[in-house]
Design a protein around this ligand. Structure first.
Ligand code: ZN
Length: 235
């Protein structure tokens, strides 16, 4: 704790005082462009991974980067998502898992949570991931199985995210993009899912306009014509 308290002093003296003008611009309000949903793991810091400045990212972190489906939880997650999308108008939502995730590892071994009933309850929101892995990847074990589960889990959370009304409305209007990422702790790379090729690949080395194309295609984007008028044309 001493080190953290020393950090407060160092921040105020070395960072805040030197960048006072910038920090004062933040007082009037926030305009983040993206909502980042990640794991609480102390080694996964979104501001460092993306080199983001204060004010650029709205952040939601919990054990296992879980997004409960709409109506499944009264916790802070639904409210945070609604606020980011409707009040702040973020244009992108990133769900970012990470290699070696302890929460996903625990989910794969429920017995390890005997003394952690609240963790077990929280991870029950990821039951779909556990079942997908159990039913489809039975020949994999250990580290390999964990990395598969981490990838599947991020994609399940993307599906859960789309059940939230505020998200569904913006997706339908084409005003929101969803991103499924995995932060690789061993290499410092971020791998992103692309619906186009159906897999994860590194974003590192890609120009921003290319990297932004590695996203989750939007199934809810409004059709060229309203469904009803198309139906009338057919009849
Ligand atoms: Zn984790």
């Amino acid at each position: 704790m001493d080190q953290l308290l020393t950090g407060i002093h160092q921040f105020h003296t070395n960072v805040f005082q030197n960048e006072r003008e910038f920090f004062e611009t933040l007082v009037s309000g926030q305009h983040p462009s993206a909502l980042f949903i990640g794991c609480s793991d102390s080694r996964v810091d979104p501001s460092i991974i993306m080199q983001a400045q204060p004010g650029e990212l709205f952040v939601l972190r919990n054990a296992g980067n879980i997004v409960p489906s709409h109506g499944a939880s009264n916790g802070g997650e639904p409210a945070t998502i609604e606020y980011a999308v409707t009040a702040l108008g973020v244009e992108d939502i990133i769900i970012c898992g990470h290699s070696g995730c302890g929460a996903i590892s625990a989910m794969l071994q429920p017995d390890s949570m005997k003394k952690l009933p609240l963790v077990r309850g929280w991870l029950s929101h990821a039951e779909a991931t556990r079942l997908i892995v159990e039913e489809n990847y039975s020949k994999y074990h250990g580290r390999e199985l964990l990395e598969i589960a981490i990838r599947e889990h991020v994609l399940v959370q993307i599906e859960n995210l789309q059940t939230h009304p505020a998200v569904a409305v913006k997706l339908q209007r084409g005003e929101l993009q969803l991103h499924a990422w995995i932060y690789q702790m061993e290499t410092g790379e971020v791998h992103a899912y692309s619906t186009k090729d159906g897999g994860f690949a590194p974003l590192n080395g890609l120009a921003p306009h290319e990297a932004s194309k590695r996203n989750v295609a939007n199934p809810r984007k409004a059709p060229a014509q309203p469904a009803r008028s198309r139906a009338r044309k057919k009849s």
